[in-house]
Design a protein around this ligand. Sequence first.
Ligand code: XIL
Length: 343
Amino acid sequence: SSLKAAFEGKFHIGAAMSSRHINNQNQPSIDVLKSHFNSIVAENNMKSGLIQPREGEFNFETADKFIEFGEANDMHIIGHTLIWHSQAPRWFFTDSNGDDVSAEVLTQRMKDHIHTLVGRYKGKVKGWDVVNEAILDDGSWRKSKFYEILGEDFVKLAFQFAHEADPEAALYYNDYSMANEGKRAGVVKMVKNLQDQGIRVDGIGMQGHLGLEHPEIEEFEKSILAYAELGVTVMITELDISVLPSPRRNMGAEISTNVDYQQSLNPYTEGLPENVQNQFDERYLSFFKLFLDHHDKISRVTFWGINDGDSWKNGWPVRGRTDYPLLFNRDNTPKSVVRDIIE
Ligand code: XIL
């Protein structure tokens, strides 16, 4: 039995493919992908900095391979991401003198980028993360270059351009810490505002980079309900559960020099102690119970990687850590909690 079979008819089960996965499809983790998952997203290869590194110069090689793999294996293919402040090339916002471009130029660049990318994979990519991470945790707008140059309208424009390029594709807003009260209010307000202007938003992606303690599952549930209330589908788009302490919470000047502190941030290099493993298993089980309770509102649950060795959490927000955030071990064996999730 498999994850995808267990949730058949409820929601898709997805995984992010790294460029290593896409470029070498003869590795054991690809077997895991094919047997347990029915949806894929590229972890990096469709981001603007990788796909259009210089103006008008598109690099579709890896993205094309990713799409071919998805089609050959009957995967529900997701595009990530059209408009994001991060992993965006600097040229996008600047003129030849290095100054900010005008609103007109940025609008034209967004249009060209989105039309080219969405147009190329029209009918193949079923849903796009059109805008990623535009709202801060307190609900206010992130002061990104898109926001600075275009104001709030950049979101509306992005959705319009994506819709023009593929009217059939589902269009999503995606963000992190979506269980946070302030973020929830800000996102609800933004989406309502788009809807009031006649913009079709099909779904909201809650990234789902979870910790063992944060966020509280009750808050996560409130967000599922609040987003579904807008009449859109809800997706868990980048699920992982880090077992490591979050250095953000106590980031101090000593962080780079204090060796003990660094070691305290990477405590499980030899594997997980039983109590932490149990906590991890219970955390996954309660979240999947929540997803099942709300399966009528949730259309997809996507993991950010296939096995623990793939995970970006080994390198972020501190480099060189050993994390265990996914459902498959580094040797591609399923963790015991997989059986419990399936049952
Ligand atoms: C991450 C990738 O996993 C890393 O490989 C890359 O170095 C940085 O980006 N939110 C998102 C994802 O929407 O695109 C990010 O992916 C993780 C946070």
